[in-house]
Design a protein around this ligand. Structure first.
Ligand code: MF3
Ligand code: CO
Ligand code: CO
Length: 265
């Protein structure tokens, strides 16, 4: 057990590698943000992400991951996560989550943002606001050595208090030289998350998926990836990569132009 734990604790040099990967990923999100507008296809967004990534000598972690075919995930409206970019043309009133994972010198940066396209319904706006606020509440609740359950304990009351629900089947994760590592980071408290702790030197994601209606999910049988809400109502998500330090959490994927804590959508 001890050796397993020790692997998760990054040295100062390794932390700097994760900082570089997170910063590259955030720069990529800043690069695509102005293009996420009505009229562009999700496939074109993916192509921009692919070209930027490989043009910089980096790698897109999703491309070829368990046979996933694209360089990002684009999840529109009732799609919760893992939407596959295609020829769908974005239109006013849509919300879309773009989730990008860049590998720099073997280290991963993983983050996502939900975009509101023009005037959207009040339900879509509110569920997007809720996902954003839940992510920041969870980050702010973290302290060195805290239990993973701290995250779920922050997210669930906030989301349910606003009349929304928290997805349980898909969770955050440890991050480093691999895309998905222990510990699992559920956005609700459970038995394991009450045991697992977030010690200085650990990297992980916080990526709450919040549904406007019921929490239940359905994975597309045809493509094997696209996860939708069972009731067809909208869902929103934000994700940051986090490094726990001796003085608290550090966001590794801070963008220059994206929404900051306290942002009102
Ligand atoms: N980026 C997602 C996450 O935050 C995982 C996508 S895996 C894929 O963990 F294969 F669907 F791309
Ligand atoms: Co992600
Ligand atoms: Co992730």
């Amino acid at each position: 057990m001890l050796t397993k734990q020790r692997k998760l604790i990054l040295s100062e040099t390794q932390r700097d590698m994760m900082r570089a990967a997170g910063q590259a990923n955030a720069a990529l999100l800043d690069y695509v943000r102005p293009h996420v507008k009505p009229g562009i296809t999700t496939g074109k967004i993916d192509q921009m992400i692919h070209d930027w990534t490989y043009g910089h000598g980096y790698r897109a972690a999703t491309l070829g991951y368990q046979k996933y075919p694209k360089s990002c995930c684009t999840s529109v409206n009732e799609v919760i996560c893992h939407g596959i970019p295609d020829d769908y043309e974005l239109k006013e009133g849509d919300i879309i989550n773009v989730d990008i994972t860049t590998v720099v010198d073997g280290w991963h940066g993983d983050q996502s943002e939900t975009f509101l396209l023009g005037e959207v319904s009040e339900e879509k706006r509110a569920v997007t606001q809720c996902a954003f606020d839940c992510m920041h509440l969870a980050i702010d609740a973290l302290t060195p050595g805290c239990r993973v359950a701290t995250i779920g304990e922050a997210v669930v009351p906030e989301a349910e208090g606003r009349g929304f629900t928290v997805v349980r089947e898909y969770v955050g994760h440890g991050l480093g030289k691999q895309f998905h590592l222990d510990p699992s980071i559920p956005h609700f408290p459970n038995r394991q998350s009450r045991i697992d702790r977030l010690f200085p030197g650990m990297c992980f994601t916080i990526e709450p998926m919040i549904n406007a209606g019921s929490r239940y999910t359905q994975c597309d049988k045809a493509d094997g990836w696209t996860v939708r809400t069972k009731d067809g109502r909208p869902s929103a998500q934000f994700e940051h990569s986090i490094l726990m330090t001796e003085s608290g959490p550090e966001i590794l994927t801070q963008t220059k132009d994206g929404p900051k804590k306290g942002h009102k959508f």
